[in-house]
Ligand binder design. Structure first.
Ligand code: MG
Length: 405
C-alpha cells in the first residue's frame, strides 16, 4: 500500500533543548521523548531510535520483531546510563509503528501517542503509561481532570530505566484513506483531541498537516518539545466525516465490526482492533419500566429512610475510601508516605504517616518533576507510593542531589 509521510519537530517555546527524537524510515515510524538530567534526555531518545533504524523488520512476525527491537533499545539505553554517571537515570518514551500491506504494528512505552483518523473519527491507539491514566481507568478521576492534574507528567513505564521492559503492543488493520498520527506530549499537552482532528482534516498534505500541528501547539504555549509524524495510507485522500455516511457494503461492514481486543492497561498486551467502532451509547431515552406508584405518605417515609441510609453509607464509604488512599508528601522536612488523603476538613486530619524516609523534601522539590510534593502525590497503593519514593531517590541521585541514607 502506498504511503505518504510528513514530519516536524520543534523545541517549543519554553525548553532550552529539544529532547525529542523521531525516525522516518521506509515503513517504520517512531517518536521518542527523552528525560533525564544533563544531556540525558537527548541521549536517551536518540539512542532508543538508533537500534530501530538499523533493524530490518520483515514480513515474518513483524510485531514480535518490533517488540524485540524495542526491548533491545531499552537494554541499550539502560546499559549506557549504568556506564555513564552523568546519564544515570535517563529514560525515554517510545511510540513506534511499522506498516505492512494492510496492517499496522505498534509498540509503545510512555506518554507519546499514536492516533488513527478514519472516516471522521480520531481514535487513540496507545494508552498513556501515566499515573493519571491509571487513576482515570480506575474511575478515581475523569479524563478532563487528568488533563489538568498536577501529576499528569509522572510516567509509570519508561524505556531505559530498568533492564526489563514490557512495551504495549497492538496490531491494527489499515484502510485506504487512513491517516496515522504519532506525536510527543508536546502536542497533546497543548491541543485537545478535537483540535488535533480539525487540523488533520483541514490539511490534505501530510507535511503541511505536521507543520500546522506544531505551529498550533506553539501558539497554544509551546510548553514542551513538539514532535509529529503524519502518515497517509493508500491513494485515497484523507477521509473525513462527510464520507462516513456514504452507504456502501464495505463501509457498513467495517462500521459494524466491534472492537475485538482493545487496549488493556497495566500489563503488556497484544491487541487486534477493527476500526472504526463507535461504541453503542447506552440509550439514555430507552423505555423504563413503570412500577405501581406508592401513596404520598408511603413515599415520604420511603424518602426519609432512604436519606438515612444514604448518610450512613456516605460516612462508611468515606471511611473506607480514606483507608484505601495513599500519597507521598512532606513530613518534618522529609519525604514520607501517607495513608489517607491530603486534606484536613474542619481541622480533622484525613491521613497519617505510614512510612518515613530520610530524603530531604526541599531537595526533591527543587527537581521540576517533584515540585508538587508539598501538595501530596497520589498513589494507588503502598507499593505504588514506595515506587514514587524510589523514583524521587533515583532522580535526586541523577541530579547529584543529597539523598542521605
Ligand atoms: Mg515531552
Amino acid at each position: 500500500m502506498k504511503l505518504r509521510v510528513g514530519s516536524a519537530t520543534d523545541i517549543g517555546r519554553a525548553r532550552e533543548r529539544n529532547e525529542d527524537s523521531m525516525l522516518v524510515k521506509d515503513r517504520m515510524f517512531a517518536v521518542a521523548d527523552g528525560m533525564g538530567g544533563h544531556r540525558g534526555g537527548e541521549v536517551a531518545s536518540a539512542l532508543s531510535l538508533e537500534g530501530l533504524e538499523a533493524a530490518e523488520v520483515s514480513a515474518d512476525g513483524p510485531l514480535a520483531q518490533l517488540v524485540q527491537e524495542v526491548k533491545a533499545a531499552n537494554r541499550a539505553v539502560f546499559d549506557r546510563g549504568e556506564k555513564d554517571r552523568e546519564l544515570q537515570g535517563m529514560g525515554t518514551t517510545l511510540t513506534a509503528v511499522v506498516v505492512d500491506d494492510e496492517t499496522g504494528y505498534l509498540a509503545h512505552v510512555g506518554d507519546s501517542r499514536a492516533y488513527l483518523l478514519r472516516e471522521g473519527a480520531l481514535q487513540q491507539l496507545t494508552e498513556d503509561h501515566t499515573l493519571v491514566q491509571r487513576l482515570v481507568r480506575e474511575g478515581k478521576i475523569t479524563a478532563e481532570q487528568a488533563e489538568q492534574h498536577p501529576q499528569r507528567n509522572i510516567l509509570t513505564r519508561v524505556l531505559g530505566v530498568d533492564d526489563e521492559l514490557e512495551p504495549y503492543e497492538l496490531t491494527f488493520d489499515l484502510h485506504d484513506g487512513d491517516r496515522i498520527l504519532i506525536c510527543s506530549d508536546g502536542l497533546t499537552g497543548m491541543l485537545r483531541d478535537h483540535e488535533i482532528q480539525r487540523i488533520l482534516e483541514s490539511e490534505p498534505d501530510p507535511q503541511r498537516a505536521a507543520e500546522h500541528l506544531v505551529a498550533s501547539a506553539n501558539q497554544a504555549g509551546g510548553d514542551d518539545n513538539i514532535t509529529v509524524i503524519v502518515l497517509d495510507v493508500g491513494e485515497a485522500p484523507v477521509s473525513s466525516g462527510s464520507s462516513a455516511g456514504a452507504s456502501n457494503t464495505a463501509t457498513n461492514a467495517r462500521e459494524a465490526a466491534p472492537v475485538r481486543n482493545g487496549p488493556r492497561p497495566g500489563v503488556a498486551q497484544t491487541g487486534v482492533i477493527t476500526l472504526p467502532a463507535p461504541a453503542a451509547e447506552a440509550s439514555a431515552d430507552a423505555p423504563r419500566p413503570h412500577g405501581d406508584r406508592p401513596s404520598r405518605r408511603g413515599r415520604a417515609i420511603a424518602w426519609g429512610g432512604l436519606a438515612l441510609v444514604v448518610v450512613v453509607a456516605l460516612l462508611l464509604a468515606g471511611r473506607i475510601y480514606v483507608s484505601h488512599q495513599w500519597y507521598v508528601g512532606e513530613w518534618n522536612g522529609t519525604v514520607a508516605i501517607y495513608q489517607g488523603v491530603p486534606a484536613s476538613p474542619l481541622g480533622f486530619d484525613l491521613s497519617h504517616v505510614e512510612r518515613s524516609t530520610h530524603i530531604s523534601a526541599a531537595d526533591a522539590e527543587r527537581l521540576q518533576q517533584w515540585q508538587t510534593l508539598k501538595d501530596g502525590i497520589t498513589a494507588e497503593s503502598l507499593d505504588d507510593a514506595q515506587s514514587i519514593v524510589n523514583q524521587i531517590e533515583q532522580d535526586l541521585g541523577a541530579a547529584g542531589g543529597a539523598a542521605t541514607p
